[in-house]
Design a protein around this ligand. Sequence first.
Ligand SMILES: Cc1ncc(COP(=O)(O)O)c(C=O)c1O
Length: 383
Amino acid sequence: MKNHLETKLAHIQDFATRKDPYGASHFPIYNTGTFDLKKQDGEKVYDYTRSDNPTREVLENLFTNVENGAGCVCTHTGIASVALLFETVLKANAHVLVEADCYGGTFRLLKIFKEKYNVTVHFADFLDFDNLENILKNNPIDLVLCESPTNPGLKIIDLKEVATLSHKYDALFAVDNSLATFISQRPLDLGADFSLFSTTKYISGHGGVIAGAIVAKTQKNADEIHYYANANGRSQNPMDVFLISLGIPTLKVRMKEHGKNALEIATFLEKQDYISKVTYPALKSHAQFELAHQQMDYIPGLFTADFTSVELAEKFIENAKLFGEKCSFGSPDSRAEIPAKISHATFSVEELAAIGITSSTVRFSIGLENIEDLLRDIREAVK
Ligand SMILES: Cc1ncc(COP(=O)(O)O)c(C=O)c1O
């Protein structure tokens, strides 16, 4: 019988390519640049850490397994996994179709590809299938890319439908799975060609390291990402692999707790007169509540709340003691930030307005603190 996901995560060392001769409970860190070709007798021979490293391979084997792919590359940052995707599949003059509500760093990277390689970027609302099909029908789209839930708009994209539509027009489909993570959602099972993610967030879970990964569904695409990762130097260093791996066995319990705390706070905020709207897929008021629960096993602890004025939003951020004004999400400490100012500052006011984000929208990443402490902190911050 196949083990469940959390069992695999708890036994991460079983994903090492070779058994550890000492039975160590954590896999060894091969913090080396080179390997002596004359001194290896296994099936797999290593030569240089940029190409392959037995420590990095543990994570790559694990991610390939849990995402049901053919191969994976662990990258030095999350945005490097997005860059690696573009470097692998896009040629000069390519066309990309991207959900307009995307991470600010992805948006900036797309601008660079547009300016340097004449890539045409079509931004669209992925909830509007007629428009999506129209764009796919009338343009030679090479790659379709979205997050789900989107960040910061928290839309739920029907990944199965978008995969089918992309393939109908011979486009590859990639999903940025940073927010949901493989513990909640497996994009390759829903038809995507690539699942990529920042492991900086929930996967490492402790805010102490920056990294990412990309998993390909087919062997051909897996070989290509591996080729470009080596050529462009995108691979992750073994020490960071170790740091990321420390959080992995507890991913499921953390994700459940983040979601539980977030739902309590979102429900509380929804009833306050200083809040005009809360957008959280775990709330019944969310337009894709049903799809969110169908597509994800756990709803992550990220949501937005629109304050009734910019002044109130800023007052809350200024006064809150337990909510750091920090970007990123998925750490044990709660965070509250204004996306227009921090995480999505690369967007113009108009571009943010188009995805429903204003200067009084606060993005919350709810941590693992005691719920009463968080609620008290919010009450005191808005007094
Ligand atoms: C959805 C999403 N993708 C990718 C990234 C980039 O990850 P990293 O910061 O690890 O480079 C982020 C970072 O916030 C993100 O939110």
